[in-house]
Design a protein around this ligand. Sequence first.
Ligand SMILES: NC(=O)c1ccc[n+]([C@@H]2O[C@H](COP(=O)([O-])OP(=O)(O)OC[C@H]3O[C@@H](n4cnc5c(N)ncnc54)[C@H](O)[C@@H]3O)[C@@H](O)[C@H]2O)c1
Length: 258
Amino acid sequence: MNSSRFADRVVLATGTASGLGLAAARQFANEGASLVLVDRDEQSLRDVVVELSGMGANVVPVVGDVSRALTAQEAVRTALSQFGRLDVLFNNAGIDPLEATTLVETTEDLWDSIINVNVKSAYLFAKEAIPAMIATGGGAIVNTASSAGMRASAQEAAYGISKAAIIALTRSLARDFSAQGIRTNAICPGPLEAITTDRRATMSDEQKAARRERVSDLVPLGREGTYEEVAKSVLFLASSESSYTSGAALLIDGGLIA
Ligand SMILES: NC(=O)c1ccc[n+]([C@@H]2O[C@H](COP(=O)([O-])OP(=O)(O)OC[C@H]3O[C@@H](n4cnc5c(N)ncnc54)[C@H](O)[C@@H]3O)[C@@H](O)[C@H]2O)c1
């Protein structure tokens, strides 16, 4: 263990069965956190729990859909019953369906699921987590937005709108709860090493290769970001190293929209 910024800290993180959530969960575990991990992918989540427990971390899974109030309630209840407190909430689960292109092409069902999974979830989890954090003197919330929430990406309208809403939700929470010791910040990653699982599942190999090529042309740093690089910023915003930062939307995009 290199450092232990999260020793005695309890972290609740969503979307941790793969990608960014998994990379952040590994780093939190490596720095001494106790973890409640939420995902709808039961098998992969169980594999993650075995891996992190093997590192010596205290980890409890909650399997469920983050857009449902019951999942948020169960997750916060689990943090309190298993570990007695909640210090960090990482709202990270998200979807980016390939079929949801322009608003005209986006079906109402797709719109609802993108807004529910990407935005309503953060409202539900914050609503449950904040009273628990206030009870022990405060905490930190980190929300996963996207560079697409700052500058519209073509053919990805509802997703970009959901991520702009997450930035606004972050600022509202910072306004309303910083005085009670809860800092809320967002991360805005640019294109990462893999696109979200749901989007990847419907893309052809040619489409994936074209994306990689487009990214290396567009991003000033000339490549996609890694999940580990972005997770480091999540831990920074969740830790006391960022003690004067609340309401920020941190771009981690290789200079894409500079
Ligand atoms: N990959 C990128 O290029 C990129 C760029 C910017 C922002 N992001 C954002 O980062 C976050 C993580 O993305 P990722 O790349 O790690 O994708 P991912 O698909 O690897 O991980 C998302 C996780 O969330 C889970 N999940 C999805 N819907 C859920 C639901 N309704 N209930 C519970 N769990 C659910 C999935 O099972 C998965 O484990 C997302 O919010 C995404 O929008 C990703």
